[in-house]
Design a protein around this ligand. Structure first.
Ligand code: AMP
Ligand code: TRP
Length: 332
C-alpha cells in the first residue's frame, strides 16, 4: 500500500469506528418476496450509509429446511445476487455466509449450556412446529441459539428484521445477559429494529406474506408472474376498498395519493389490480435487470462473498477468543 492509500485506509477506519453497528441475515430457502424486501432488506440498504453493517446468508439455519446439495448451492448464490441487486455495496457492507465463520456454531454450544429447555420451548417457531405435530429436529429447537450467536459475535447496536423475528432478537438479548451474569461483561445487548408500517407485509390472501403459505409476490418476479400474483389477490364482493389490494399497493405509494384513486374506483377491482400490476412492474423491473447483470458473473459475486467471510471471521474469532478466556478453557 502506498502512503496515500495508507492514509485513506486509516481515514476510513477512523470514520467507521465512530459508526454504530448493524447486523441482519436471511435464510437461503428460496426466492425472496416483497414482504422480505419491505420488512427487512430495504432497511439494510438505506441504513448502510449510517451504520457499519454486517449482512449475511444464514445457510446453517436453512439446513433445517433444505437438505439437498444442488438446491442449497443455488439458494446461497440466489441470496447473494439478491443482496447485490438491491444495492448492497460490498465496499460499505460486509457480506458473508454463516458457514464461513465457524465461530457461530462453536458459540452455539456454549449458549446451549446456559439455556434451559423450557425457555426454548416458549419460542414461537418451536411452538408452531409442534402445533403442526411434525417430527421436530434439534436444529429447529435450537434455532434461536444459533441466531443469538449470529448476532452477539459482532456486537451490533441494531438488528433490523420483520415482526416475526422480534422474539428471536429478544432471546439473543436474554442469552447475552445470562452469559454476562455468569461469566462477566462480554456481550453488548442489541436492539431490535422493526419498521412499523411494514412489520408484517400481507400476502395475496391477506395473511402474512410467506413462502410457506404460497401467497407471495416474488421480489424479482417477471411481468407475467406479477400479473398472475396480483390477479390472484383475494377480494371480497363488497363495494368498498378492496383491503388486500390496497394493503399491497400502499407499499408503493403514499396514502395521500392512493386513497383518492381507490375512492374514485370503488367496486372496480379489475382496474385497481391493473394499476397495481403497473406500479409493481415499475418498482420491480430495475431490480430484476440489475440482478440479471450480476448473474452474468457469478465467480465475481462469489469472490465478494468469500472476502466478506474472511473479514467477518476476524471480528467473530476475536469475540470467540474472549469467550474462551471467560469460560476458562484457555489454559495455554
Ligand atoms: P426469511 O426469508 O424468513 O429469512 O426472512 C427474512 C426477513 O424478512 C426477516 O427479517 C423477516 O422478519 C422478514 N419478513 C419475512 N416475511 C415478512 C412479511 N410478510 N412482512 C414483513 N417482513 C417479513
Ligand atoms: N431467523 C431469521 C429469519 O428467519 C434469519 C436470521 C438468522 C437472522 N440469523 C439472524 C436475522 C441474525 C437477523 C439476525 O428471517
Amino acid at each position: 500500500m502506498d502512503k496515500k492509500s495508507q492514509i485513506q485506509h486509516s481515514c476510513v477506519k477512523i470514520y467507521l469506528m465512530g459508526k454504530k453497528i448493524l447486523l441482519s441475515g436471511i435464510k437461503p430457502t428460496g426466492r425472496p418476496h416483497i414482504g422480505n424486501y419491505f420488512g427487512a432488506m430495504r432497511q439494510f440498504v438505506e441504513l448502510a450509509k449510517d451504520y457499519k453493517s454486517y449482512i449475511f446468508i444464514a445457510d446453517y439455519h436453512a439446513l433445517n429446511f433444505i437438505q439437498n446439495k444442488a438446491e442449497m448451492k443455488e439458494n446461497i448464490i440466489g441470496v447473494l445476487l439478491d443482496y447485490l441487486a438491491i444495492g448492497l455495496d460490498p465496499k460499505e457492507v460486509t457480506l458473508y455466509k454463516q458457514s464461513d465463520v465457524s465461530d457461530h456454531t462453536e458459540l452455539t454450544w456454549v449458549f446451549d449450556t446456559i439455556t434451559t429447555m423450557p425457555y426454548l420451548m416458549r419460542a414461537h417457531a418451536y411452538k408452531d412446529a409442534e402445533a403442526k405435530s411434525k417430527e421436530i429436529v434439534v436444529g429447529t429447537f435450537n434455532y434461536p441459539m444459533l441466531m443469538a450467536t449470529d448476532i452477539l459475535l459482532y456486537s451490533p447496536d441494531v438488528v433490523p428484521v420483520g415482526q416475526d423475528q422480534k422474539q428471536h432478537v429478544e432471546i439473543a438479548r436474554d442469552t447475552a445477559e445470562k452469559f454476562n451474569h455468569i461469566f462477566g461483561e462480554t456481550f453488548k445487548l442489541p436492539e431490535v429494529m422493526i419498521m412499523k408500517d411494514v412489520a408484517v407485509v400481507p400476502g395475496t390472501d391477506g395473511r402474512k406474506m410467506s413462502k410457506s403459505y404460497g401467497n407471495t409476490i416474488p421480489l424479482f418476479a417477471e411481468y407475467v408472474e406479477i400479473k398472475k400474483a396480483v390477479m390472484s389477490i383475494v377480494t371480497d364482493s363488497g363495494e368498498g376498498i378492496p383491503k388486500n389490494v390496497y394493503a399491497i399497493h400502499s407499499l408503493l405509494r403514499p396514502a395521500s395519493e392512493l386513497l383518492p384513486i381507490y375512492e374514485n374506483k370503488t367496486g372496480k377491482y379489475k382496474e385497481l389490480k391493473e394499476l397495481l400490476i403497473e406500479d409493481l412492474e415499475k418498482f420491480i423491473a430495475p431490480l430484476r435487470e440489475k440482478r440479471k447483470e450480476f448473474e452474468k458473473d457469478i465467480p465475481k459475486a462469489l469472490a465478494i462473498l468469500k472476502a466478506g467471510g474472511e473479514k467477518a471471521k476476524e471480528v467473530a474469532s476475536k469475540k470467540m477468543d474472549e469467550v474462551r478466556e471467560k469460560i476458562g478453557v484457555n489454559v495455554y
